[in-house]
Design a protein around this ligand. Structure first.
Ligand SMILES: Nc1nc2c(ncn2[C@@H]2O[C@H](COP(=O)(O)OP(=O)(O)OP(=O)(O)O)[C@@H](O)[C@H]2O)c(=O)[nH]1
Ligand SMILES: [Mg+2]
Length: 709
């Protein structure tokens, strides 16, 4: 069946892990008649959580695309994972969704995951509705959850419904939009409509009035009518709400029990009647131009890939949204990124793992394809002759890193190949071959994210990998002045080698005075590729060293700065003055001067109170009161410095600085300290000196390593 743009609804299910998104999606499919039995996450038989990993864990890891036909609409449902580690999946779903369905857990209220995800909903300006799920739970507190949502997300939160009897007896919802009461049979599904009892009328009426007012507020005509007649017809109300929701002026709130299948049908009805179609959303923004692209099935075809995943046997599976025009089976489109022409030999609509081939997908709709040659997440493909680029999804910076290596060195190439395949499909993973650390690093969103990548590599590509502590990118510098000289002399039969260099080294700082007692002939201040500076001053008087050797001398210094004398780390912020030396008319050459300066530098460095510097990161931690003590206590064991504490919403925010060396696997620690209810952000701040005992230990370790090598 082919759906017109105006009948398409793209919704993303969003919310903190465990609030019930996957269970809710199962209700939607069941109510729409797409499945005949509702699966559960416990049994591992839902449409959405179809990968082995998800079934084993009982959590969503990947976003899953499904669809339900409801009245006139095809509702594309993207069920997203709630775990923070998989935020990339949420972001890519939000890119193509036209409505976000934010589920709250009635027993927990607004959770950290809710907050994190809301930031993105806000950023994408996605219209949203809230569903307070799990109202059947014995600890469910609908009113408190609603209150928290209002406090957190503001006056735009307006309830449409409330459960009459939340808790284990739950079976009744009062609907203030339709002014009717739904009573569900024990097995859930289709409710019986009843009049709202007298005892509830005033509460329901008050809610109704708030909805009418909110609906009228954004439309002058409706406002007038509302003032004149004191009410609006059902159609007018729906129209007012439609505009208000599309403009993110209101966020209506529903309630539901997904395990009992009570409430999802009404929500789908609302999605059909009131939520925006892709054509009701602002035209898509394009890269590199002010022009925008309206969602019009009659336009020239443009599609955007929001997600790529490789499946064993199948290869790359690409999920895309048609932004303009209509994609027909066998169409050829050109990928803007690499100009490669791709034939869409098979296009599908999806139901989790299952795909159904179709002939056509119209603007606004979401589809799947396989066997494209060279197309990935964030690529735009156009019909020939069109050169549009949909603004790409911006994925978050990585938050943790780990070093990896195969247990068997010979498998390195195989491992890198597999990692690159996963990196290509998962934009929140970055694979780095660090020359400085001599390690392969994975940068990801969290421990779980990386664990799952390991699992996939092992099961799909038959190569294992070990996680190791990543080395720290230390820096070396000096804290006082030292003068030294070095003579390089070699007499081996024929031509000898001779060079003598006298140098002074000092800690470099911006705008420091000229060196005392020396006359500076030339200043060369070089930014080092790893940060910091080398100030190289030529202070030779009377031609004791020919200026033609200055380059070789600088090179000699740089070679040692690249592999510092203390631990082999980069050196930085040093001023070197070459002020005397000797040369030999026959035996001196570039090589001899390079060697002499390297040795002189190394010697001087050790005499100038050298200091190892370590990277310090700023941490912003958001948590609830109850976990503050434990989190602070843990920070104290990490050489952290607390910079500030204060309330942020109903959270506490701790700002601290801590050495990167102490933050290995911090995200896991924080998760277990807070039962998953804290979040943090870390950012490089500066280099600062390591304490004396650590410096000693690092130097000893380096020496042992060097001796073993
Ligand atoms: N009592 C009750 N339990 C529910 C309800 N909805 C979901 N659950 C349970 O909550 C747990 C988590 O449900 P999921 O549907 O996997 O939650 P999710 O939001 O998809 O979680 P992630 O995929 O990790 O983000 C399961 O044990 C469900 O059975 C509900 O309405 N009532
Ligand atoms: Mg899920």
């Amino acid at each position: 069946m082919i759906f017109d743009t105006k009948n398409i609804r793209n919704v993303a299910l969003l919310g903190h892990s465990g609030c019930g998104k996957t269970t809710f999606s199962e209700c939607m499919l069941f109510e729409a008649g797409d499945i005949t039995r509702r699966g559960t996450v416990e049994e591992g038989n839902t449409q959405s959580d179809y990968t082995d990993l998800e079934r084993e864990r009982g959590n969503s890891i990947f976003s899953a695309l499904m669809h339900a036909e409801w009245k006139d609409s095809k509702i594309n449902i993207i069920d997203t994972p709630g775990f923070d580690d998989f935020i990339g999946e949420v972001i890519s779903a939000l890119k193509v969704a036209d409505t976000g369905i934010m589920l709250l857990n009635a027993k927990n209220g607004v959770e950290v995951g809710t907050e994190i995800i809301w930031e993105y909903v806000d950023q994408f300006e996605t219209p949203a509705i809230f569903v307070i799920n799990q109202v059947d739970h014995e600890k469910a507190d609908f009113d408190a959850t609603l209150e928290q949502a209002k406090n957190r997300f503001g006056h735009k939160i307006i309830p449409v419904q409330y459960p009459l009897n939340p808790g284990t007896d739950f079976n009744t919802i009062v609907d203030a939009l339709r002014m009717v009461m739904y009573v569900f049979p024990p097995e859930g599904g289709k409710p019986e409509k009843q009049d709202i009892p007298d005892s509830e009328i005033s509460r329901a009426q008050e809610m109704h009035n708030a909805l009418v007012e909110a609906a009228a507020e954004n439309d002058e005509g409706l406002m007038e009518k509302f003032f004149e007649e004191g009410s609006l017809s059902e159609e007018e109300l729906a129209e007012g709400l439609r505009i208000a929701i599309a403009n993110q002026e209101i966020f209506p709130v529903f309630c539901c029990s997904s395990t009992r299948n009570m409430g999802s049908g009404r929500i789908m009805g609302f999605i059909n009647d009131v939520c925006p179609s892709p054509a009701d959303r602002p035209a898509a923004r394009l890269e590199g131009t002010e022009k925008t692209l309206p969602c019009d099935a009659e336009g020239e075809t443009t599609i955007f890939i929001y997600k790529t995943i490789s499946e064993p046997q199948v290869g790359n599976v690409n999920y895309f949204k048609v932004y303009s025009g209509t994609l027909n089976n066998s169409d050829e489109l050109i990928n803007v990124k690499n100009r490669s022409s791709e034939r869409f030999g098979q296009i599908f609509i999806a139901e989790g793992k299952n795909r159904e081939q179709v002939n056509q997908i119209k603007a606004g709709d979401i589809g799947v394809t396989v066997k494209l040659k060279n197309a990935h997440t964030n690529n735009t493909l156009n019909v020939k002759g069109v050169d549009r680029k949909i603004r790409p999804i911006v994925f978050p910076e990585p938050r943790i890193r780990v070093a990896v290596a195969p247990p068997n060195k010979a498998d390195m190439e195989k491992l890198m190949k597999a990692l690159h395949i996963i990196e290509e499909e998962d934009p929140t993973l970055i694979v780095e071959q660090s020359k400085a650390l001599k390690q392969t690093l994975l940068h990801g969103q969290g421990q779980l994210h990386l664990e799952l990548i390991k699992h996939r590599i092992e099961s799909n590509y038959g190569v294992s990998m070990d996680f190791m502590r990543p080395r720290i990118s230390y820096r070396e510098t000096i804290t006082r002045e030292a003068d030294t000289m070095y003579r390089h002399k070699k007499q081996t039969g024929g031509a000898g080698q001779f060079a003598e260099v006298h140098m002074r080294i000092e800690p470099y700082s911006e705008g420091m005075p000229d060196p005392h007692g020396l006359s500076v002939r030339n200043k060369d201040i070089e930014e080092l590729p790893w940060g910091g500076k080398l100030a190289f001053y030529w202070c030779i008087v009377g031609g004791s060293i020919d200026a033609k050797y200055s380059n070789a001398i600088k090179k000699g210094i740089l070679s040692k700065m690249e592999e510092g004398p203390l631990t082999g780390s980069y050196c930085q912020d040093i001023r070197v003055c070459i002020y005397d030396g000797k040369m030999h008319p026959v035996d001196s050459n570039d090589m001899a001067f390079m060697l002499a300066s390297t040795q002189a530098f190394k010697q001087a460095f050790k005499e100038s109170a050298p200091q190892i510097m370590e990277p310090i990161y700023t941490l912003d931690i958001l948590c609830t009161d109850e976990f503050m003590g434990d989190i602070m206590g843990d920070l104290q064991t990490r050489r952290a410095m607390i910079l500030g504490m204060g309330a942020e919403g109903h959270y506490q925010k701790i700002t601290a600085k801590a050495p990167l060396a102490e933050l290995y696997q911090y995200s896991s620690t924080l998760r277990s300290l807070s039962q998953g209810r804290a979040k943090f952000h870390q950012e490089f701040a500066e280099y600062s000196p390591v304490p004396h005992d650590i410096q000693q230990r690092l130097m000893e370790e380096y020496e042992t390593e060097a001796a073993e090598a």
